[in-house]
Design a protein around this ligand. Structure first.
Ligand code: NCD
Length: 306
């Protein structure tokens, strides 16, 4: 595996290998020899707390050095072009670059430009967020479910969500069915073409009925150009409340990539309930990112030693 740009191009066995390996990293053993003296640069052109921190912790737990650069504190805000920023960084010889960018396809551009350095996509515009889908899959497995044959309801602002797209790609590769649900302007009908087994619903109760997994998404106001729905009205129609959980399967879990907006897309009672796997997702983010970094950096070592 050269880098990790998206889930779409991965095959099932690669996904399974990462998920299996991440189990070993769930225990806080000492793994510092694995990437000792390697350097991972986190290049974040968009606001992020949990993803950036999670990648930093993952790199450090493997013994690598982690350097984080955010756009507002870098020369990008002084007008440096993306290519110049990347060339400058690359001259410092990082072993891998983790990148988040508001433009869909930005990490792919970087990967074409820096062919020697593995790139990990930490979220590109409305396109993909591969490590999020992997950590979500790890969390589903940890709750005793298989990835095959699930009914997964993804509810909220689907059109702007890279988390939804990466999850659709991953879950459909295992033959699960996915219902995308939200107000019509936020769930364009062409999304059914993303993968086999994708349906659309605008009625939240219909989407949740018999679901094994309910994934809630934030309304991404920063990516919307249309006027936003009033928060109260949105919550009335698309906010997850305890009463909805009765419609799902008895073992169903609730997930959310965060940041959560209590009272907007999810009630506090649900977010803090036993059904909620939200903090397990955050915890698994580290183990899954360790598995990804190990995989791409050991592949790189093999290539260099030839
Ligand atoms: C998501 C993202 O940035 O794509 N969050 C995350 O990575 N934990 C979803 C979001 O911002 O709503």
């Amino acid at each position: 595996m050269k880098g990790l740009l998206g889930i779409e191009s991965l095959d099932r066995s690669e996904i399974e290998a990462i998920l299996d390996r991440s189990r070993a990293f769930q225990a806080r053993d000492n793994h510092k020899d694995i990437l000792r003296s390697r350097m991972v640069v986190n290049l974040f052109f968009e606001a992020s707390t949990r993803t950036r921190t999670s990648f930093e912790i993952a790199a450090r737990r493997l013994g690598a050095e982690a350097v984080s650069i955010s756009a507002s504190t870098s020369s990008v805000s002084k007008g440096e072009s993306l290519v110049d920023t990347l060339n400058t960084l690359n001259a410092m010889r990082p072993d891998a670059i983790v990148m988040r960018h508001a433009a869909s396809g930005a990490p792919h551009f970087l990967a074409r430009h820096l062919t020697e350095t593995p790139i990990v996509n930490a979220g590109d515009g409305t396109h993909e967020h591969p490590t999020q889908a992997l950590l979500d899959a790890r969390t589903i497995l940890d709750r005793g479910m298989r990835l095959e044959g699930l009914r997964v309801a993804i509810i909220g602002d689907i059109s702007h969500s890279r988390v939804a797209r990466s999850n659709v790609y991953l879950l459909s590769k295992f033959g699960s069915s996915i219902v995308l649900c939200g107000p019509a302007p936020l769930v364009p009908p062409e999304l059914t073409a993303l993968a086999p087994g994708v349906e659309i619903a605008h009625d939240m109760r219909e989407a949740i009925r018999h679901a094994d997994v309910i994934m809630m998404l934030r309304v991404q106001l920063e990516r919307q150009h249309e006027p936003a729905f009033p928060a109260g009205e949105y919550f009335q129609f698309y906010g997850l409340r305890l009463e909805h959980l009765e419609l799902a399967k008895p073992h169903a879990i609730v997930m959310h990539p965060g940041p959560i907006n209590r009272g907007r897309e999810i009630s506090s009672e649900v977010a803090d309930s036993q059904r909620s796997a939200i903090l397990n997702q955050v915890e698994n983010g580290i183990a899954v990112r360790m598995a990804v970094l190990e995989r791409i950096l050991s592949a790189q070592r093999e290539v260099r030693s030839i």
